[in-house]
Design a protein around this ligand. Structure first.
Ligand SMILES: [Zn+2]
Length: 479
């Protein structure tokens, strides 16, 4: 299997917060999980740098737009190293490689593009027009800000031409939306039949010259979504001289888009319609994660409760953050608090999981494993059952359930050691079982704790019946 796994690309109008990190980590865990199954993976993220939002934010900070987005891009990109994210590609929408692909795509859709007058009410923060039904009193339903009235000539994309086809693809799960609740929501929007053609350009004066100019029309720039969504193709070299990655991972691969619940319409309706127009395959999977609240409140600058990824790194190892986030429900909002995070870290990760691994190593330290029959398969089927269940949950993106259930194996091994007093008995068949159990645990937890697990795996080796394990430290667990 060949998998193309993506995150959405965040706007760079502000610094990264825990919500961005959450999505990056979820997608990274899935990418690493697929590699665990020895499947081929291309994992991509990036930054969305065009759009009026960036111009406005730069102005507020008194900065040049280019300088401003470069700075913010660097903050987002730094998360790769800080949290060990295995991106194969990180695409910027202001890059030349992106622009080339956007132009190629525009050309492929040209038959469905026309010019028309547009007047409407616009929210710059959403980068979207609203009508009076959607925004009572002309206040943005998302940002609670007064909408601005715009009137201009724009390019339009014949979105309406593809809506029936998109609807049928979603109904038949050719485009599979997780969770079902979001699939139903999108199908309801499509059945209402109120969606109009999409305006896909903006006056270049209004965007202060920032953005990708419309081909052969230097008075307009391409609307930020008709440019941003294309990152999924341009990151694979679409439009460049070498499109082999695009062919391999998009056209012949299985696509997984991880996105937040506020941008489902763009990914489940606009994006497939655009691809149908360009005669390019549609994505197979759209995974919609929900939002994090902070101690019961919505995260916001005004409330001053925004949590930055760096806040964690002062007191905790980065892997503790990966571990914790993976144990939260993808498909419902959940609440973050430092107490619950710390309790989880001290309890589940250190007291239970790390402790079990250390215990097993302690037992193995003085044992000559020559006598152990590693060919024996007793108990193996038991372990296989755990992994099978784990896989089922992972394939449905219920990471929290996958790991909650797998944790029974940790508990059972701990109890097994206690019950049999293995550190005293040194019974070889029991030791074989705990070694096999250990290897199973290392396997399933690798996507969450890649550095720690790899350092452990490098230290264990069964060589000529001896367990090579002389010096083991668990530094990544501790800070
Ligand atoms: Zn808004």
């Amino acid at each position: 299997m060949r998998n193309f796994i993506t995150t959405s690309i965040p706007y760079v109008n502000d610094s990264p917060h825990i919500g961005h990190l959450y999505e990056f980590i979820l997608a990274d865990i899935f990418a690493r999980y697929k590699k665990l199954l020895e499947e081929e993976v291309f994992f991509q993220s990036g930054t969305d740098e065009n759009g009026m939002k960036m111009v406005k934010s730069a102005e507020e900070k008194g900065k040049n737009v280019k300088e401003f987005v470069d700075e913010k891009y660097a903050e987002f990109y730094s998360l790769k190293d800080k949290f060990n994210l295995s991106f194969d590609k990180f695409i910027r929408t202001t890059s030349e490689e992106h622009k080339i692909g956007v132009y190629k795509f525009w050309k492929l859709c040209e038959k469905d593009i026309y010019i028309d007058k547009y007047s409407g009410f616009y929210c710059i923060s959403c980068e979207a027009y609203y009508d009076e039904n959607e925004a009572p009193n002309l206040i943005c339903p998302v940002h609670k800000k007064k909408l601005e009235r715009f009137e201009e000539e724009n390019y339009f994309f014949k979105l309406t031409k593809y809506l029936d086809k998109v609807k049928s693809l979603i109904e038949k799960d050719k485009i599979k939306i997780f969770p079902t609740e979001k699939k139903v929501e999108i199908l309801n929007i499509l059945r209402e039949g109120k969606i109009k053609d999409l305006s896909i350009s903006r006056d270049i004066k209004r965007s202060k010259g920032w953005g990708i100019p419309v081909p052969n029309d230097n008075k307009q720039v391409i609307y930020v979504w008709f440019d941003a969504l294309l990152n999924y193709l341009t990151g694979l070299g679409f439009g460049s001289k070498n499109e082999s990655l695009f062919e391999r991972f998009w056209q012949k691969g299985i696509v997984y888009h991880f996105i937040g619940k506020d941008i489902v319409k763009f990914h489940a309706i606009y994006w497939p319609a655009m691809l149908l127009s360009a005669n390019i395959k549609v994505p197979e999977n759209i995974i919609v994660h929900y939002h994090i609240t902070i101690e019961g409140e919505k995260m916001s600058k005004t409330l001053g409760n925004v949590i930055s990824p760096d806040d964690f790194l002062k007191d905790y190892p980065y892997e503790a953050v990966r571990f914790y986030l993976a144990h939260q429900p993808l498909f419902s909002d959940w609440d973050f608090s430092w107490q619950s995070f710390d309790a989880f870290y001290q309890g589940v990760l250190k007291k239970d999981l790390a402790n079990l691994i250390l215990r097993i190593f302690g037992i193995l330290k003085n044992i000559d494993l020559d006598e152990i029959d590693f060919e024996s398969t007793e108990f193996d089927s038991e372990f296989k059952k755990y992994f099978k269940k784990f896989k089922e949950n992972m394939e449905n993106f219920e990471f929290n359930l996958a790991y909650q259930k797998y944790f029974d194996l940790v508990k059972n091994l701990n109890q097994f050691i206690d019950y049999k007093r293995i550190w005293e008995s040194k019974h070889l068949e029991d030791i074989r079982i705990i070694i096999k159990g250990l290897l199973e645990i290392l396997k399933a937890y690798e996507p969450l704790l890649p550095e720690t697990i790899n350092s452990i795996k490098n230290k264990i080796e069964i060589k000529n019946g001896k367990f090579v394990n002389k010096k083991i430290t668990f530094s990544p667990f501790y800070k």
